[in-house]
Ligand binder design. Sequence first.
Ligand code: NAD
Ligand code: MG
Length: 399
Amino acid sequence: MVGVARITILGSTGSIGQSTLDVIARHPDRFSVYALTAHTRIDLLAQQAASTRAAVVVVPDPACADRFRTLWAGGRQLPEIRVGAQALADTAADPHCQIVMAAIVGAAGLPAALAAAQAGKRVLLANKEALVAAGSLFMAAVAHSGAELLPIDSEHNAIFQCLPHDGRASAPTGPAPGVRRLILTASGGPFRTRAWSELDDVTPEQAVAHPNWSMGRKISVDSATMLNKGLEVIEAHWLFAMPAERISVVIHPQSVVHSMVEYEDGSVVAQLGQPDMRTPIAYGLGFPDRIASGVGLLDLAQCGRLDFETPEPDRFPCLSLSFHALRAGQHACIALNAANEVAVAAFLDRKLAYTAISRVIDATLAWQAGQATVALDSLEAVLFADQQARTFASQTGLR
Ligand code: NAD
Ligand code: MG
């Protein structure tokens, strides 16, 4: 990009949002912050807006706007404060910014991520739930608007790096030539070596204690159940136009190999690095240039060994349910994601046992399979299907 690119960070107070600000701060000659958004941590948002001199902030309601004004210690003029979900989507499409980091967690981030894609931005996509719920709509928007889509999820960023490309990040029209398989690595999470049936009493604190990555609470639970890997399989299907049978998962406890592409000639190309999201974020920001991320170098001798294992289906039922949903179609993927969001929130609230997460998803998928379906050709249709699945999961699945 020529000149200083203005960036909007959707979900700036989260784990990905904070890592993005860290990378941006290293390159004042290349990037400036245009807008920041937050849902709850208004104090942190006020600090971020003051230190980055953001022009705009977006908060969910008028009470948060008041709180932001009270907390403001930036001295100079307040940033413009926009309020509500529509303002979030409008800010993602705002003509004053060129790059949008989509880092809201959950399907709540879909409307704004889609708005950025429709507006033809460079979209740095961390919010995997958006693609799981609305893959066809999202990829069609990217193709139609000419948006640049850079995957930030470390596995998909790795695969993107391992695939041939010509310095552009456009939507693929089919699987890349010569590619046989995409191989996603998974750490296996904190319960990798324990049977699913032994995990009834797992607490939220144990589930979010990821061995290698520091992340938000929801994705940390997803990593423990491996539903996260399931979402990533669906994400890879859409990002790289790959059918389910050409996407596989291997457990790699060290999280050094971030994913691989297997080619027809027997070559396997991998991307390696430290488990630090600033690497994929810097890749997305700088693409096609390589820019400093603040991540230290990888010392392979220090790593010593890299292990790989096949995930056992009975140990990770959520992974099998995800492959099932991908094969069953987009309504099933919406139900999978919605049920998981409901179940994980209940688990984090100590209202649901850890092992019940897969049961809620299973029940919601079974319910969905019996429903009449409509075409998922609009955001409204996707959000309606998402809401119906949430209602079922919270009323029936959690009983
Ligand atoms: P997080 O919980 O740390 O942060 C979430 C952000 O979203 C916060 O800024 C929060 O204010 C905002 N938010 C939450 N609910 C919202 C709502 N209803 N409306 C508007 N904003 C809302 O999450 P995270 O770990 O940064 O993950 C963000 C996304 O990136 C997720 O989709 C996750 O799967 C994906 N991701 C994260 C990592 C990671 O290392 N953290 C890695 C790969 C992918
Ligand atoms: Mg990932």
